[in-house]
Design a binder for this molecule. Structure first.
Ligand SMILES: Cc1cc2nc3c(=O)[nH]c(=O)nc-3n(C[C@H](O)[C@H](O)[C@H](O)COP(=O)(O)OP(=O)(O)OC[C@H]3O[C@@H](n4cnc5c(N)ncnc54)[C@H](O)[C@@H]3O)c2cc1C
Length: 310
């Protein structure tokens, strides 16, 4: 068995979730290659080559791969997929966009966001927004898989430097065109890798009040999360959204403030090691998953916490 992992990156830095996908791949086989598609992405190739357990790094570098257009990237992956028994990517925006295309091109079923590996054909994945898990057996010749990063530990750097090999990278499906990119620059702690996350909900009532979440997060060196209701109301940007249609996080500590604990929100944070909830409603469902719950008005409790931490 040979497993191919698709690296998620921005041509400069490897997305940490790739390391979790490498760990999943190593559970399947010791023969693990990582494919880096992109352009002028040597820095990423160097980072991947150092990961313990990576046997080789395949490099597909070409202007057609520079902006990670899913139509072009999937053609590149499919062109070599038949050499592998499994093609694995982290369930990031990249993985979710590219891997269904790869599966369609290979005429196999995509296996989405696995949380456990039983053997090379048998996997666990969540259904119904994480309220149930199924154990599935795939009979496809090539398994095309996305991996829930929070369920596999991060592969670390070893003493090895894996060999690299250039592969054909000129794939332009001519179905999409890169126009431009706007990304927010922030020196804040990255939500998906933060050890502590402070998350705010509709209870904050305004964007201005949501500043309390930022202040508390700063004191705790934490990432900032939000419920969809808070994002939809414009209190927080959409990249803060945690949940079924947002990010999945599993920090050491998750502090849920002014949010009810809807199942769609829990789907994104209930694997956190410790959940602390602050809500004025003692019957709020968030208290059912909380390890520590405080019934109180967040506008009294949170400023007090900030003052104490100062
Ligand atoms: C298909 C689908 C996908 C979805 N995906 C997501 C998702 O990814 N993430 C997500 O979060 N939601 C998602 N939702 C929305 C979800 O169902 C809830 O509507 C949302 O999570 C509610 O957000 P909330 O808890 O902030 O707001 P509310 O449910 O309105 O809760 C606000 C809470 O704040 C408390 N509160 C109010 N004032 C105070 C105060 N002064 N002090 C203390 N507590 C106070 C209230 O008691 C209440 O419990 C999805 C829904 C659907 C249908």
């Amino acid at each position: 068995m040979a497993v191919l992992v698709i690296a998620d990156h921005n041509n400069v830095e490897l997305n940490a979730a790739t390391r979790n996908a490498v760990t999943a791949a190593l559970e399947l086989s010791s023969n693990v290659s990582v494919l880096v598609t992109g352009y002028q992405c040597q820095a990423v190739v160097d980072q991947v080559a150092k990961i313990e357990g990576v046997g080789q790094v395949l490099v597909a570098s070409h202007p057609s791969q520079q902006h990670f257009l899913a139509e072009n990237q999937s053609l590149c992956i499919s062109s070599i997929a038949k050499e592998f028994s499994h093609v694995v990517a982290p369930a990031t925006s990249m993985g979710k966009s590219v891997m269904p295309r790869v599966a369609a091109q290979l005429d196999v079923q995509q296996i989405t966001e696995i949380t456990k590996i039983f053997d090379e054909n048998t996997f666990e994945r969540p259904i119904y927004a994480g309220n149930a898990f199924i154990k599935l057996v795939s009979s496809d010749a090539i398994k095309v898989i996305t991996v829930r990063a929070t369920k596999f530990v991060s592969a670390i750097d070893g003493n090895n430097v894996a060999p690299t090999k250039d592969i054909e990278a000129n794939f332009d499906a001519q179905l999409s065109k890169f126009i431009g990119a706007e990304s927010s620059k922030s020196d804040k702690v990255e939500l998906t890798t933060a050890k502590v996350v402070v998350s705010g909900g509709r209870g904050l009532a305004s964007e201005e009040n949501f500043g309390l979440i930022h202040q508390l997060a700063e004191k705790l060196n934490a990432g900032v999360g939000a419920s969809r209701a808070a994002v939809d109301a414009g209190f927080a940007p959409s990249d803060c959204q945690v949940g079924q249609t947002g990010k999945v996080v599993a920090p050491d500590v998750y502090i849920a403030i002014g949010m009810s604990g809807a199942i769609q929100h829990l789907a994104g944070m209930k694997d956190s090691k410790m959940i602390i909830a602050i809500n004025k409603d003692p019957d709020a469902p968030i208290f059912q998953v909380a390890d520590i719950g405080m019934v109180g008005d967040l506008f009294e409790v949170v400023p007090e916490m900030i003052a104490k931490l100062a």
